[in-house]
Design a protein around this ligand. Structure first.
Ligand code: SAH
Length: 347
C-alpha cells in the first residue's frame, strides 16, 4: 500500500512526477500538504483531477481513529486507531495547562517482554512505518480541529521506539520539520527500556529530543526479574550511555521508575537508584504501577511512594512522583494494548 507520509521529499517528487506526469513543484506542494496532515480534498492548489487520482491510488497516512474514550477523572482521551491492514493500536492524549501531549505508539505490540506491561502481552506483531507514527498525530489534530492541537509528543505508547530505529528517526524529523507540523524536538520525548547501542546511535544524530529511560531497578539482578532486556545491557552501561546522550545533546535525561510493591520500593532500592543517577544531569520520574489484569504485580501504596521520593531527595536526586492519568480508561502507562473494543465486547 502506498502511504504518502512514508516518503521523503526526494522520493515523493520522483514518485509523483513519474506516475502522474506533473511538474516537480506540484509534487513538492503535495509533500507539504501531506506532512502537515491534509487530506487529498484539502489540497486546494492541486487540480481536482489530480486530487482524485491521488486519492484513488494512495493513502495519506493509512490510519484513522475508530473509537475514543474520555476519562471522567482528568479528561485524558484514549484513541483506538485502525491501520490500513486491519491492525489496531492505541494512543492517549493528556491535556495540561501548557498544551496537549500525545502519547504515540511505534510498534503493533512489543517484543521486550517487560513483566508489568500490557503492550508486550502478544509479542511484536509489526513495526509501524514513520508515516503511520506521524498519522497518529495527524488524526488527533484533525479531531481537535487544527494543525497545532497536539503540542507535545511522547513516544511512550506500545512498542520499543529504538527497536524500530529508522522509522522513529524519520518520524521525529518529519513531525518537527518546518514544512510540516513543526513541533519542536524539545517538545518530543523518546522512551526506551535501555537498548544501549541504539541510544548511542541516537546521540550521534544531532537531534534535540528528550531521552527517557525505563529503569525500574538499579540492581542488574533484580532488574532482570522484571525486564528481560536487562540480560543484555547492564545498568552501568545504560548510565554511561545516558551520560553520553547528555554530553552530546545537553538535554537532561529522565529515568522512569515504576514503583512495584515489595519489588523495587525499599530504602535500599532508593539508595541504589540514587547512586546511579546522582552524579549525572538526570531526573527521576516515579510512578506507581498501573494495574494490568494479566499481571500479578501490585502498586506500591501512596504513602510508601512518597517515602521513596523523600529517600531520593535526601540522597540529592532530583525526582518527582507523577500523578497517574487516564487510569479509569486503561490509558495510563503500560496499559496500552492492541484491542480494547474486542475485550469490552467479551466482558
Ligand atoms: N518501550 C519503551 C516505551 C514504552 S513507554 C520503554 O520501555 O520505555 C511506557 C512506560 O510505561 C515505560 O516507562 C514502561 O516501563 C512503563 N510501564 C509499563 N507498564 C507499566 C505499568 N503497568 N505501570 C506503570 N508504568 C508502566
Amino acid at each position: 500500500m502506498n502511504i504518502l507520509t512514508d516518503y521523503d521529499k526526494t522520493q515523493l517528487r520522483q514518485y509523483i512526477t513519474e506516475k502522474y506526469r506533473v511538474k516537480p513543484f506540484v509534487a513538492d506542494q503535495i509533500f507539504g500538504w501531506v506532512l502537515k496532515g491534509a487530506d487529498f480534498h484539502e489540497m486546494t492548489n492541486v487540480s481536482l483531477a489530480l486530487r482524485e487520482k491521488l486519492s484513488a491510488d494512495n493513502l495519506t497516512t493509512g490510519i484513522s481513529i475508530i473509537d475514543t474514550r474520555t476519562s471522567a477523572v482528568d479528561g485524558t482521551q484514549k484513541f483506538l486507531y485502525r491501520l490500513w491492514d486491519g491492525n489496531v493500536i492505541e494512543g492517549v492524549l493528556m491535556k495540561y495547562k501548557y498544551g496537549n501531549t500525545l502519547c504515540v505508539s511505534t510498534q503493533v505490540g512489543c517484543r521486550m517482554g517487560c513483566r508489568f506491561c500490557a503492550s508486550t502481552l502478544d509479542g511484536l506483531i509489526r513495526n509501524l512505518s514513520s508515516g503511520e507514527i506521524l498519522g497518529q498525530v495527524i488524526a488527533v489534530n484533525s479531531l481537535g480541529g487544527g494543525e497545532r492541537y497536539v503540542t507535545n509528543i511522547v513516544l511512550m505508547g506500545s512498542g520499543e521506539p529504538l527497536d524500530n530505529f529508522d522509522n522513529v528517526v524519520k518520524f521525529i524529523k518529519d513531525v518537527s520539520s518546518p514544512e510540516g507540523l513543526n513541533i519542536s524536538q524539545r517538545n518530543i520525548s523518546l522512551s526506551t527500556c535501555g537498548l544501549v547501542p541504539e541510544m548511542d546511535k541516537l546521540s550521534q544524530l544531532g537531534l534535540s529530543v528528550n531521552l527517557t529511560i525505563s529503569l525500574h531497578n538499579a540492581s542488574d539482578e533484580k532488574r532482570r526479574l522484571i525486564m528481560p532486556v536487562a540480560n543484555k545491557y547492564s545498568v552501568s552501561e545504560i548510565a554511561e550511555s545516558a551520560r553520553k546522550y547528555f554530553e552530546k545533546t545537553h538535554r537532561r535525561v529522565i529515568f522512569e521508575y515504576t514503583l512495584i510493591d515489595g519489588n523495587n520500593d525499599s530504602y535500599g532500592d532508593a539508595l541504589r537508584l540514587a547512586s546511579v543517577v546522582r552524579n549525572m544531569s538526570a531526573h527521576v520520574n516515579l510512578i506507581r504501577l498501573n494495574p494490568v489484569k494479566e499481571r500479578h504485580l501490585r502498586a506500591t501504596s501512596d504513602a510508601n511512594a512518597k517515602k521513596f521520593l523523600s529517600y531520593l531527595e535526601k540522597a540529592g536526586v532530583s525526582a518527582t512522583l507523577r500523578r497517574q492519568m487516564g487510569v479509569d480508561i486503561d490509558g495510563a502507562c503500560g496499559q496500552l494494548r492492541r484491542k480494547f473494543m474486542e475485550e469490552n465486547a467479551v466482558e
